[in-house]
Design a protein around this ligand. Structure first.
Ligand code: NAG
Ligand code: NAG
Ligand code: NAG
Ligand code: NAG
Ligand code: NAG
Length: 399
């Protein structure tokens, strides 16, 4: 090959890599609510994506396909009076964790494929129930159905919006039928979060939920799946001076930061390194934290600090509560300097951070900015690297 051409290629690749590495992650996050807002015939579907918090989950994903249904199809679904938890399961089967544009569904290799959905990712779909079968029928018709039943009960109607290979929204004719997704979820009305916390050694934390006015938000979210991280009483007491310093609105956000609007089992957390939205999240990369695993230790990090899961308080899907050794510190309210200076410690093992090891203000050692910054950047870095590899292939192809 011409050496100049190869040099130019390398320079181009390096430039692309540099741009990718320097650009902030997720600068152009998608917003499914906004996309669907332009289509009044899909408004009920849109409304339920928000109610079930699936919208947040969709926006968080980098590559996603949403199979939307019109208001008439949604009315048929709602007429069955499912609980919100069940509706969430059903709609999560309509979110494919891969990119399927109009062209792709009409040109499937072997004319059929089976693809994973958010129902599968939720961990509550047994067997093949979390997969959707897409089949290109004769005459250009494309059919969709749950892989569990093999019944292809919906067909492609039209493309709503496509941004290859980030997000695709396709309208299909019917809600996909799936006995597993339609199965009743636990009766959540019986679960009283603050009452449970009080009984399980998180009384002071429960009091903060009530006094900050966050109680109803937590309680309303149980139905659609909720994960809560609570701190032991001693940690709450020690942290009060910092907490009292917050405005009323900040207190609410701070407490809501300790809830995640999905049911996340410990196993799920262990296999899901990356960004996690919280009940306080209102916009891309606001009030989120990073999950990081090291062996059996699950660490939750922000730019201002990190916490470690020390135990499970209750696990009754759709509600799960974990105990953590320190409060989660949102970067919007705290700086790394709010965490106390690191104590001298030989082991960096997060497991050593038992609640008893707390410093006087309840936020023990090794919470350094550099540390958590690195975690965030690693996650972003992996994403961008994937992008870089794609771009590299592209530029090679062009040259
Ligand atoms: C999808 O369903 C059709 C019809 O039941 C079946 O023939 C096909 O093999 C299925 N495709 C996959 C990938 O499972
Ligand atoms: C897809 O997402 C990437 C990164 O978030 C962004 O740079 C790109 O412009 C997006 N593409 C489209 C077509 O929206
Ligand atoms: C939960 O129980 C507490 C008493 O422990 C009560 O004050 C509160 O109203 C209950 N909340 C709900 C949503 O039932
Ligand atoms: C409370 O805020 C003030 C002003 O920002 C600061 O000087 C003080 O150190 C804070 N107190 C605590 C306990 O964080
Ligand atoms: C998405 O768009 C809706 C409507 O335009 C807006 O209310 C909402 O705040 C946006 N969400 C995010 C995460 O930006």
């Amino acid at each position: 090959m011409n050496p100049f051409r190869s040099l130019a290629m390398e320079a181009a690749a390096a430039a692309i890599l540099l741009v990718l590495l320097l650009s902030p992650p997720r600068a152009e996050a998608h917003n499914i609510t906004r996309i669907l807002a332009g289509h009044p015939s899909l408004s009920t579907f849109n409304h339920y994506l928000t109610l079930t918090h699936l919208a947040t989950e969709i926006n968080r994903r980098l590559t996603i396909t949403v199979l939307a249904v019109d208001n008439a199809a949604m009315s048929n679904l709602l007429a069955k009076h499912y609980s919100l938890g069940t509706i969430k399961n059903i709609l999560s089967l309509h979110v494919l964790v891969d990119y399927f544009g109009t062209k792709k569904v009409h040109q499937l290799t072997d004319r059929t494929t089976s693809t994973s959905t958010l129902f599968q990712a939720s961990g509550s779909a047994p067997g093949t129930a979390g997969y959707v079968n897409i089949t290109d029928l004769k005459g250009g018709k494309v059919a969709f159905g749950s892989a569990e039943t093999g019944e292809l009960n919906a067909v492609f109607v039209k493309s709503v919006e496509e941004h290859p290979y980030n997000i695709s929204v396709l309208e299909i004719s019917q809600v996909l039928s799936s006995p597993e997704a339609e199965a009743p979820t636990a009766a959540p009305s019986q679960l009283n979060l603050t009452a449970i916390l009080r009984k399980q050694g998180c009384k002071a934390f429960a009091d903060l939920i009530t006094s900050s006015g966050a109680d109803s938000t937590f309680q309303e979210n149980i139905d659609g799946g909720l994960t809560v991280f609570c701190t032991p009483d001693s940690v709450v007491t020690a942290f009060m001076p910092k907490y009292k310093n917050l405005t009323a609105a900040q207190k609410t956000s701070f407490i809501l930061f300790h809830g995640v609007p999905v049911y996340q089992s410990l196993q799920g957390l262990k296999s899901s390194n990356g960004l996690m939205n919280t009940l306080a999240t209102d916009g891309a990369s606001k009030y989120d934290f990073t999950v990081q695993n090291n062996g059996d230790v699950v660490t939750l990090k922000t730019d201002a600090g990190k916490s470690t899961i020390t135990g499970t308080v209750i696990d009754e899907s759709p509600l799960i509560v974990f105990k953590i050794d320190k409060f989660l510190l949102p970067k919007e309210l705290f700086k790394a300097s709010d965490a106390p200076a690191p104590k001298k410690k030989s082991s960096k093992d997060a497991a050593a951070d038992s609640p008893d090891a707390s410093s006087p203000d309840g936020q023990p050692s090794d919470q350094t900015a550099a540390d958590s910054n690195f975690a965030r950047k690693s996650v972003a870095g992996v994403r961008q690297l994937a992008g870089a590899v794609m771009c590299l292939c592209l530029s090679v192809a062009l040259l």
